[in-house]
Design a protein. Structure first.
Length: 367
């Protein structure tokens, strides 16, 4: 059984260095010596949300200053991103906060919109029409109709599965009070994306109070989703980092050895065309992860902070290049959509035209 195989790799006696070596060989066979990253700017469209996750510092209530950016603020960030050589405008936002907060609906109405979806779509359209930078949004749960709108202006989107455990919704666990974290609803969003042919980034949060059994089940379920769903372009394995002013501020963080074993195991069982990412600013030592089986280091911004993990600074790109080179690999830039999805099946005509203008024959930005 897949579960038994995964448990044996993650918690068995095989040396971690051997696991990482096997995963690294798979990475080399399928992605070569490249390790990619996406130069980006963060656009925190709204810090309001209908959820209240125990580890989150991004979300704020109206009383604590939760609000929406106006369109002038959004355009200003996009302009800075374009002039700084970024390819990704990452929209980060709470999941449909107007379903919980009257203040959210009032603010949307003042802008002339009736939903966060409408407002996000308009901002994505504006960036698509005005800048040579690509919107990529993480708006939470999405319907087929919503994804259809996003695809008009964006080459890809994102939704973390986070965890498959329903127990995390119970009182005292990480997702208590988070209405949108029911795993069936999140998987349904990926199914909707596959129906529309919209490339998606997804993944797991590792270390958010899940038990050993829950962790193994998360990995098993993640692999099975990826085997079934052709829209998944990338998996992020994000290690939990305790943040001040959260309910989980005193929770322990995952140790390097276990995280390395999880990464290697996922790479070994993951369909080989799917990219595997770890966020470099969350790693205690990025160097030891460069040969763990990953082929990507996610979005890195030269101009904006990590709004989701504000205490963790982006790595210096020049230093990252040196570390990557020392590992026998090459750090390269990419778009928010991976090369194997750059075609007229997965990207709308207007967006594809922009993508082709700035990419080489391998699907990466022209140097």
């Amino acid at each position: 059984m897949l579960k038994d195989k995964i448990e044996k790799l993650v918690f068995g006696d095989r040396p971690t260095i051997d696991l990482s070596s096997e995963a690294f060989s798979i990475k080399i066979d399928n992605f070569g010596k490249n390790i990619s990253y996406s130069p980006k700017v963060f656009i925190p469209l709204t810090t309001l949300c209908q959820d209240a996750c125990a580890y989150c510092t991004f979300v704020k209530t109206p009383k604590d200053g939760g609000t929406y950016l106006n369109q002038e603020e959004v355009n200003a960030i996009a302009s800075v991103g374009e002039s700084s050589g970024c390819y990704e405008a990452l929209f980060t936002l709470g999941d449909k906060p107007e379903l919980k907060w009257d203040f959210a609906m009032e603010q949307l109405n003042q802008f002339g919109f009736s939903s966060t979806h409408e407002y996000l779509t308009e901002n994505m359209k504006q960036i698509h029409n005005s800048y040579m930078i690509f919107p990529h949004a993480n708006p939470g749960l999405m319907t087929v109709d919503e994804i259809q709108e996003y695809k008009k202006y964006s080459p890809s989107g994102g939704l973390m599965l986070e965890s498959f455990s329903p127990q995390l919704l119970e009182k005292g666990r990480a997702h208590y009070g988070a209405k949108t974290k029911k795993i069936n609803d999140r998987v349904d969003t990926l199914i909707a994306a596959e129906k529309i042919k919209y490339p998606m980034t997804t993944g797991l949060l590792i270390g958010i109070t899940e038990t050993k059994d829950e962790l193994i089940n998360d990995i098993v379920e993640l692999i099975q989703v990826c085997q079934k769903n052709s829209a998944v372009q990338e998996i992020i394995l994000q290690n939990f980092r305790a943040k001040k002013n959260t309910l989980m501020r005193n929770n322990s963080e995952i140790i390097n050895d276990l995280f390395l074993r999880i990464i290697a195991t996922v790479r070994i069982f993951l369909p080989t065309h799917i990219s595997l990412q770890v966020p470099p600013n969350l790693l205690p030592d990025v160097n030891i992860y460069l040969k763990s089986g990953i082929n990507d280091l996610g979005g890195i911004s030269p101009k904006t902070i990590d709004w989701v993990n504000p205490d963790h600074l982006w790595p210096d790109i020049n230093n990252l290049k040196k570390l990557t080179s020392a590992s026998g690999q090459v750090l390269i830039k990419r778009l928010p959509v991976y090369p194997n999805f750059i075609n007229n099946e997965w990207i709308s005509p207007a967006v594809l035209e922009k993508v082709i203008k700035i990419t080489d024959s391998n699907g990466y930005p022209k140097q």
